[in-house]
Design a protein around this ligand. Structure first.
Ligand code: BGC
Length: 781
């Protein structure tokens, strides 16, 4: 009998279809409900519904998650790992002394966006994607694209911009680079995850128009242009539903309107509404657990989810799995070329940095000067941020080393003092690093600045040729930044800038500030005190070498701001609805309040719900329309050379217009220029911002006197606004002013696009807020 049973089993086993790209329907037919559900719920451990192991537990140690295998049908596990500033895996493996598994720490998203250079971003992420492939990972959980709604979102450094066109195009370039390696990406966090406070529960309340034009637009651009293999829904709620349970978001808009064909996975949690998630179009629960599988089985059995819905998600999963290197049996090397990738990281960081101030051509320096280097961050240098976005890199070049590598002599006494302070802090329990602590070091994590006595500064001013002050900030997942002592300088930092400037200027010596920050800070009150300000953001493991390259003029910076630097934090209309002064109570974890806690509490403004009362007036859309002064406008950035713009031309095309402009290098050194194309809509109809970015382009490196003509294409759909009354994108007929600009406040040339006939694109009426959001009215100044 036993033999007969074995024979039967074997013949059944041989009859099983084995997954191939062309037999997905056959495989679905052969699957049991249990097997189907196994595919819809990830597992940090590779087990099936009965707890039986189905594969190696830790395919890639330190990866954030896996999808489960169904070996009977030839379905392998696949591996998902963070992102976005590089691949995040465990660098040193237990019981494996043969080698390390470090990854390259590339510049953070905000610095990549500052490049405004799609080719450069693609070059970076092509290298990044090679590490994903060669370390045996199938999907990089990146890019992060949430809009910088407010300067204090703790994860802004991972994200690109306050503008959806810049953000969406950056994301598309990022995705194309990674995916050119035959691995996947996961564009995240879809959508309106614009703060970290109570991130698991907070409800974003947003008008349909602001959603469409600001918070979904970047996803729309990237998804249509670059087809990411996966989309990650966010933790938060949007207009009533958790985003991972919002059919409007995951099916109506994402798939029906944008034509998305890949999978959607949850962000890493385990919400109660598994069934609602699956029905809404969330294919994969991550990191996944047994209970979620049981919920799906029970729902399938009692009919609350249909087999067609389960099969739809399974089909998406199988279509994803057949694309993966693991399915294809790719033999990864565990040996990517980290040396070459470090050079890519250095080049990108240098080119993308933003030169904010350069009085009397303070920069570039000669490179052989004696430098008094101030700021604890010059040693405690921030290459990335904290949380899941932090890459385990082999080393970080700090600013002291970066300057020395560039040829400078760095004042030793000062460096010894900072080093001793850091060593003391590290050894003492009063450590300021890692307020969140733990595996990730959530939230802010930074050595506090230390005061330098004025007498010492005078001595240093005598002994050195110039001063460089490094101001540092760190931030990350699980906490937002604060207005005081974070957006604002601390009193120690303020005094440092004042005292150093006074002492060095008294001797006719220059003062340069380097902003090693992950998000916007206040600059207006102190910028006039110093001669030059360089903004490298958190530039990755080679970023300090890149700062050296820029300071000595080996690289001419060509970055421009992807967001506004306001004069005051409260100038941003979103600040009225942001928890800028919030201290997390002890019963709120890093993930936010749990759902149960919510039920027992009086819901709190900006913590449990956030009214996006600024509507579409995010960032420069507000400042330019209301005529509010800023410290540095959106799109601003200096160069060591100058450029002129000429021959602006706008030519109608079949579905929009083509804009061309000629850029000439009018200065003395070679350089690249970003041209920003803003469009101002005709008056009448919906309220419109004074202008909106619709395209951009960057020149190649132009020698002095050299010119290049740039071409930018814009469609009528791109210039349309979303009319809530009709659920349509509408582009009214009329004259649209087209501006060729060096920043939103620096228009260099213009032309007119005459749209003869109004155009409209009908969408679904979905994602309405439960109660109308009381949006501010902004009148064009
Ligand atoms: C983060 C995601 C990340 C995931 C996996 C979550 O906490 O929000 O961005 O991809 O963890 O590590």
């Amino acid at each position: 009998m036993l033999l007969a049973a074995a024979a039967l089993f074997c013949s059944a086993a041989f009859a099983q279809p084995q997954l191939r790209p062309d037999n997905i329907e056959e495989v679905i037919k052969a699957m049991t409900l249990q097997e189907k559900v196994t595919l819809l719920v990830g597992g940090s451990r590779a087990v099936n519904i009965d707890g039986v192991p189905t594969g190696t537990t830790d395919l890639v140690p330190g990866a954030a998650g896996v999808t489960r295998a169904v070996p009977r049908l030839g379905i392998p596990q696949t591996v998902l790992a963070d992102g976005p500033a590089g691949l995040r895996i465990t660098p040193v493996r237990q019981g494996d002394n043969s080698k390390t598994y470090y990854c390259t720490g590339f510049p953070v998203g905000t610095l990549l966006a500052s490049s405004w250079d799609l080719d450069l971003v693609q070059e970076v992420t092509t290298a990044m994607g090679n590490e994903v492939l060669e370390y045996g990972v199938d999907v990089l959980l990146a890019p992060g694209v949430n809009i910088h709604r407010n300067p204090l979102c703790g994860r802004n450094f991972e994200y690109f911009s306050e503008d959806p066109v810049l953000s969406g195009n950056m994301a598309a370039a990022y995705i194309k680079g990674v995916q050119s390696n035959g691995v996947g990406t996961s564009i995240k966090h879809y959508a309106t995850n614009n703060q970290e406070t109570n991130r698991n529960e907070a409800e974003s309340r947003v008008s349909k128009r602001a959603l469409r034009e600001i918070y979904l637009k970047n996803f729309e651009i990237a998804i249509k242009d670059a087809d990411p293999w996966t989309v990650m829904s966010s933790y938060n709620k949007l207009n009533g539903d958790y985003t991972q349970q919002s059919e409007g978001l995951l099916t109506t808009v994402l798939r029906d309107e944008w034509g998305y064909k890949g999978i959607v996975m949850t962000d890493w949690g385990a919400k109660a509404g598994t069934v609602k998630s699956a029905k809404s179009g969330n294919d994969l629960m991550e990191p996944g657990n047994q209970t979620e599988m049981e919920r799906l089985i029970a729902a399938a059995q009692d009919g609350s989810i249909s087999m067609a819905e389960i099969d739809r998600n399974v089909r998406n999963m199988l279509n994803y799995i057949v694309r993966t290197p693991r399915f294809k049996g790719y033999k990864f090397s565990n040996n990517p070329d980290l040396k070459a990738h470090a050079q890519v990281a250095r080049k990108a960081a240098g080119e993308a940095m933003v030169l904010l101030r350069n009085e009397n051509a303070t920069l570039p320096l000669k490179g052989n000067e004696k430098v008094a280097l101030y700021g604890i961050s010059s040693i405690d240098f921030v290459a990335g941020g904290t949380g899941s976005g932090n890459v385990n890199k082999a080393y970080v070049v700090n600013l002291k080393e970066g300057l020395e590598n560039a040829g400078f002599t760095v004042d030793k006494a000062l460096m010894d003092y900072y080093k001793a302070t850091i060593d003391y802090n590290t050894a003492s329990t009063a450590l300021t690093r890692g307020s969140g602590g733990g595996f990730f070091g959530f939230g802010s994590s930074k050595q506090a600045e230390v005061a330098i006595p004025t007498t010492a500064i005078t001595t240093e001013a005598n002994a050195n040729d110039l001063a460089i002050i490094c101001i540092g900030r760190n931030a990350g997942e699980g906490a937002d930044r604060k207005m005081m002592d974070d957006f604002e300088l601390t009193s120690i930092e303020r005094e440092l800038i004042q005292n150093v400037s006074t002492a060095f200027h008294a001797q006719g010596k220059k003062v340069v500030v380097v902003l090693n920050i992950g998000g916007v800070i206040e600059t207006n009150s102190w910028k006039y005190l110093v001669d030059a300000i360089l903004l490298p953001w958190s530039p990755g493991q080679e970023g300090a070498n890149a700062i050296g390259d820029v300071l000595v003029g080996k690289v001419n910076p060509s970055g421009k701001l992807p967001m506004t630097f306001p004069i005051n934090f409260m100038d941003h209309p979103s600040s009225a609805n942001f928890p800028y002064n919030y201290t997390r109570p002890t019963n709120m974890g890093m993930m936010g309040f749990g759902g149960n806690q919510n039920a027992q509490r009086q819901l709190q403004k900006d913590v449990d719900y956030v009214e996006y009362e600024e509507g579409i007036y995010v960032g420069y859309r507000y400042f330019t329309t209301a005529g509010v002064q800023v410290s540095y406008p959106f799109g601003f950035g200096l160069s060591y050379t100058t450029f002129s713009y000429s021959k602006p031309v706008v030519k109608a095309t079949a579905n929009g217009f083509e804009a061309t402009v000629t850029v000439t290098n009018t200065g003395k050194v070679a350089g690249k220029e970003v041209v920003e194309l803003y469009v101002s809509a005709p008056a009448g109809g919906l309220d419109k911002p004074a202008c909106e970015l619709k395209s951009f382009a960057k020149t190649r490196e132009l020698r002095p006197g050299e010119s290049q003509t740039l071409t930018m294409k814009v469609t009528n759909y791109d210039i349309a606004s979303f009319n809530e009354a009709t659920s349509s994108w509408e582009a009214p007929a009329g004259n649209y002013n087209v501006y060729f600009a060096a920043s939103v406040a620096d228009v260099r040339a213009s032309a007119v696009y005459a749209l003869k006939k109004a155009q409209a694109w009908k969408m679904h009426d979905t994602l309405a807020p439960t109660n109308p959001v009381n949006e501010i009215k902004v009148t064009r100044k």
